[in-house]
Design a protein around this ligand. Structure first.
Ligand code: UD2
Ligand code: MN
Length: 537
């Protein structure tokens, strides 16, 4: 599907500038590869010695005095987290190559692999004192990738090495999920061998998808903690200590950094809100929502305290290695991409763990609008397969609600889930209702409801709920969607005519297109609604 791009290698010699001499750092030459003729952009690691560095741990820290790396003083493209301006003569090329990875490859290739970023932490975080490095657990970092670009992958690796106390890094494990790019072959293995931290490349052989690829990485990980990252991230100053320190305090905590946005267009580093947490909608899509007041109160208004989050985005988190296995690692029956984050979120909460967003830890991620790679068997089939595995194992009676809202999902086979059900039993996990009531009461999954047709539900509070927190509200002779609860009790079901009557205006709800209509109650078929749903408790 994706147009193959021919990668030729060429070499660019970059000499560092006088500024660097004045800064008393080495003047070095560095050889890098780039993709083809006119695109031989300086994809260098600036001021980096090109020699095997294994014997010299922490050399980046020595070269870059503290504060220099994080201060954004350099002035190359993208330094300081700034947007990259692609020169006009390369705009066409940038547009053309965007489809390879679904981000601006030209911009990424223009930036140093170790571009500088400011320290984005809030004041309170910078003041925090964590346990000394030697008492914190070491971590293995697992990064899985399929056809990742050289510059984004290696920038992820460099940002880890540059901005973590290297004593805390057991190793970095790069799991190659059957990539078909030449730059990810022996060139990658050779390159990472020069880095000052052990970096290993693991090959899955065949395309197994991100979930099973992560399991492969986890399997060989030696660190007491496993930290998972996507292959297009940038870690910022102080990102690791707060994560490890939470796990050190409580090994059943699964911790995520704040995920900042690296623009897919300019690679500008844009900080995300610390007031956001993870949820999901009726289709079981992961969604970011505003942290509710209840959770702010629990933290006594201290925004530097970790936020308890109902779900995690999935790509970036750390977990105690033994706990990862105790709690059921991942569902190996899941394919390629999707759903594993909700599966793990439900499982961790329901089976006794916790999930936090650690607001003192920030990692940037290139969010893409569409997926760049192939989906063997089709996107729909894969997502439906994975989603059903969540629904069947974890959602109890809410499964009926889910299938009624998403009838199409059922058409896909989902394989055998008996071992996952057994796991749930063995771990003595709580019910999905418990999870909704105790962990995610803000969820838009109606806790008590009757379902209306396939799309709406009538709640006990006499509201008609649709997806994503919207309620049907009357406005004159029409209806509109408004944030729930829209206003007081609005709708009641009239069993005799099977109508939904708008209490204040004495009109009835008709089955319009998309947004329902409102009209004089006439008992017609277009105003008849069937109620189904859960038994009332
Ligand atoms: C999000 C997560 C991602 C994962 C996904 C749901 C973040 C920032 N990202 O989507 O980690 O949880 O939701 O499954 O929270 N990959 C493979 N093999 C494949 C497909 C993907 O190795 O067959 C790699 C890919 O190269 C990348 C990682 O898996 O490094 C995540 O994939 P993505 O970046 O397409 O996922 P994303 O960020 O859209
Ligand atoms: Mn990603």
């Amino acid at each position: 599907m994706i147009g193959r791009v021919r990668f030729q290698y060429c070499k660019v010699i970059i000499a560092t500038s006088m500024v660097w001499m004045m800064l008393d750092v080495f003047v070095l030459m560095y050889f890098t590869d780039c993709t083809d003729g006119p695109r031989c952009s300086p994809q260098e690691v600036r001021v980096m010695k090109h020699e095997p560095e294994k014997a010299n741990p922490g050399f980046l820290q020595k070269i870059f005095p503290k504060g220099l790396l994080s201060g954004g003083q350099r002035n190359g493209p993208g330094d300081g987290g700034r947007a990259v301006k692609v020169p006009s003569e390369r705009e066409a090329e940038a547009k053309e190559t965007f489809k390879i990875n679904q981000f601006n490859l030209v911009a990424s290739d223009m930036m140093a692999l170790n571009r500088t970023l400011p320290d984005y932490r809030m004041e309170e975080c910078r003041k925090k004192r964590y346990p000394p490095v030697k008492s914190l657990p070491k971590t293995s970092i697992v990064i899985v990738f399929h056809n990742e670009a050289w510059s984004t992958l290696l920038r992820t690796v460099h940002s880890i090495i540059d901005r973590s106390p290297n004593e805390l890094l057991e190793e970095i494990l790069l799991v190659d999920d059957a990539s078909e790019k030449e730059h990810l072959g022996s060139k990658l293995t050779d390159y990472v061998a020069t880095l000052p931290v052990p970096v290993h490349v693991i090959r899955t052989g065949a395309r197994i998808g991100l979930i099973r690829a992560r399991l492969k990485g986890a399997y060989v990980a030696k660190g007491k903690v496993i930290t998972f990252l996507d292959a297009h991230c940038e870690c910022t100053e102080g990102w690791l200590e707060p994560l490890l320190s939470e796990i050190h305090n409580d090994r059943t905590s699964v911790v995520c950094p704040i995920i900042d946005v690296i623009s897919d267009d300019t690679f500008e580093y844009i900080t995300g809100s610390d007031m956001t947490w993870g949820g999901f909608n009726w289709k079981l899509n992961f969604r970011w929502y505003q942290v509710p007041q209840r959770e702010l109160d629990r933290r006594g208004g201290d925004r530097s305290m970790p936020t308890r989050t109902p779900t995690m985005a999935g790509g970036l988190f750390a977990i105690d290695r033994d706990y990862f296995y105790e709690i059921g690692s991942y569902d190996e029956g899941m394919d390629i991409w999707g759903g594993e984050n909700l599966e793990m979120s439900f499982r961790v909460w329901m089976c006794g763990g916790k999930i936090y967003i650690v607001t003192c830890s920030r990692v940037g991620h290139v969010f893409r609008k569409t997926s760049p790679y192939s989906w063997p068997g089709g996107v729909g089939r894969i997502i439906n397969h994975n989603t059903q595995r969540i629904v069947e194992v974890w959602m109890d009676e809410y499964k009926d609600f889910f299938y009624r809202i998403n009838p199409g999902v059922r058409a896909t086979e989902y394989g055998d889930v008996s071992s996952r059900k057994k796991l749930r039993q063995k771990l003595n996990c709580k019910s999905f209702r418990w999870y909704l009531e105790q962990i995610y009461p803000e969820s838009q999954l109606p806790i008590d409801y009757h379902s209306l047709g396939e799309v709406f539900s009538l709640t006990k509070g006499k509201q008609i709920m649709a997806d994503d927190g919207l309620c049907v509200s009357a406005s004159g002779s029409e209806t509109k969607f408004a944030k729930c609860p829209s206003s007081g009790p609005e709708w009641e079901f009239v069993p005799k005519t099977m109508a939904l009557r708008h209490v204040n205006t004495d009109q009835c709800l008709g089955k319009g297109n998309g947004v329902p209509s409102l009209g004089k109650c006439d008992g017609s078929e277009g105003q008849q609604w069937t109620l189904g749903g859960l038994k009332e408790s």
